[in-house]
Ligand binder design. Structure first.
Ligand code: EPZ
Length: 418
């Protein structure tokens, strides 16, 4: 796999443009399967997870065309409802296709998604919800086999506000006669984006962003054109980089909408943030203040996806910070690599105790997951000397043009393919 070679301690200055949201694009691509006509999506990030989802859509008979950040999907001739182990194993979140394939074709056969480096990632809530909506589901030889002939509306209560389960159950209910209510639903902005997209195709969904989503069944959907929201995890990632390295960067297309929790933590840690109509300007002298506590929670709490990024930033804070990762059970693996750079981090279960150090020392580190890899890259940007970040393909799953953007604003970073 490829690597970044980084000479640290460079101040960041200039302008970058914020990408579209990975975690909105993926469910919206899955939702397109419900429609019998062509949809055109704009602001789709050019990242590996989107490429994998395109392959999966093509494998079931969708026609997919990409022009820059515009993706055209024609699902009119869906010919299959089987998603193979080789494709699901590449991206476990492809399971959000289950609901839409089931609602469109009334059957589905998906390889059971495995866990990943941040946790077991079970899908019990997805499957229980689909069964409560009338799907007949069996699991054999590592496959989920679903029969959706008798899919119906109903009242579903999620034990936990799972993003993927909320999305899957919305998609499965679009054509079910009557009104489906999903209570204790996830409130993430990406689910609101999904609702906007589905309603633009003629669906009747309301309540996304609150803890109960209602889906009134309709007969069919029509094609549409839609622009994906900007990525609320990528923008604070660059903001943390500026806070760590020092600098003055304008992020075109960024907004404070949807990032209130990380925003308040960033200004508490010393970053100067100014919002404009067309983007956000961030400035820093490179001195990071510690944060008494960060607790990752479902939206609108602090997003778990930013926990690794903030952990890396707080390694350089003046003082001690405490992080409580309540969402995923194994999301501190990357900290062993930070310790090799001289970070002072103690992990006790879900708690990370971070004592800031004056500087990190450059070395070779290994990415093991998307956000952990981005965190290691930020640490290398402000470490003394030349670092090598290995296995950067993990990072490319969710960050478009990551190293080219960082280079554009002054980092000394070079990508070396395997
Ligand atoms: C989505 O994953 C995101 N992925 C994740 O982003 C994000 O971290 C997560 O939501 C939380 O915000 C996409 O949107 C593609 P969950 P998802 O279901 O849907 C447990 C990134 O870096 N759970 O809300 O898989 C689960 O194990 C990725 O961009 C069950 O127990 O997250 C976890 O502990 C990482 N049973 C918690 O709920 C279930 O049936 C939250 O998971 C489903 C989930």
């Amino acid at each position: 796999m490829g690597k970044y070679i980084i000479n640290g301690k460079k101040r960041l200055e200039g302008e970058i443009t914020l990408q579209g949201a990975k975690n909105a694009a993926l469910p919206i691509m899955a939702a397109s399967v419900l429609c019998g006509e062509e949809v055109v999506l704009h602001n789709v990030p050019d990242i590996t997870d989107v490429s994998i989802m395109k392959k999966i859509l093509s494998s079931i008979g969708c026609f997919v065309k990409t022009e820059g950040n515009t993706l055209t999907i024609d699902p009119s001739n869906i010919s299959d409802s089987v998603v193979s182990e080789s494709l699901v194993s590449k991206m476990r979140s492809s399971i959000i296709l289950l609901g839409s394939v089931l609602a469109r074709t009334k059957k589905a056969k998906f390889s059971y998604p495995g866990g990943c480096d941040i946790g077991l990632r079970p899908i019990d809530m997805h499957l229980k919800g689909l069964k409560d909506l009338g799907a007949v589901i069996t699991e054999e030889h590592g496959y989920i086999i679903a029969d959706g002939k008798d899919l119906h509306s109903g009242n579903i209560h999620l034990n936990y506000p799972s993003v993927g389960a909320t999305e899957n159950l919305i998609l499965a209910s679009v054509f079910s006669k009557g009104v489906t209510a999903i209570s204790n639903a996830a409130k993430e902005p990406e689910i609101v984006d999904l609702q906007y997209f589905l309603n633009k195709m003629g669906a009747r969904i309301y309540g996304a962003g609150t803890n109960t989503v209602y889906i009134e069944g309709i007969k069919e959907l029509h094609g549409c054109e839609y622009t994906i929201m900007s990525d609320r995890i990528v923008s604070p990632t660059y903001m943390c980089a500026v806070n760590m390295c020092g600098g003055d960067v304008f992020m075109r297309g960024a907004s404070l909408d949807n990032i209130k929790s990380p925003y308040y933590k960033l200004i508490e840690s010393g970053l100067d943030v100014t919002a404009f109509a067309d983007g956000i300007r961030v400035r820093s002298d490179g001195k990071v203040s510690n944060l008494d506590s960060i607790i990752s929670m479902p939206y609108p709490g602090f997003p778990t996806d930013l926990q690794p990024i903030f952990t890396a930033m707080l390694c350089l804070a003046e003082g001690t910070s405490i992080i409580n990762e309540t969402v995923f059970e194994n999301r501190y693996r990357f900290t062993s690599q930070l310790k090799r750079m001289g970070a002072d981090i103690k992990i006790e279960g879900r708690i990370a105790l971070i004592r800031g150090v004056k500087s990190l020392s450059a070395t070779r580190v290994y990415s093991e997951d998307l956000r952990g890899g981005a965190a290691l890259t930020l640490a290398a940007l402000c470490a003394d000397g030349q670092s090598v970040v290995e296995d950067v393909e993990y990072i490319m799953r969710g960050y478009e043009d990551f190293h080219t953007n960082l280079e554009k604003i002054g980092s000394d970073i070079r990508y070396v393919p395997f």
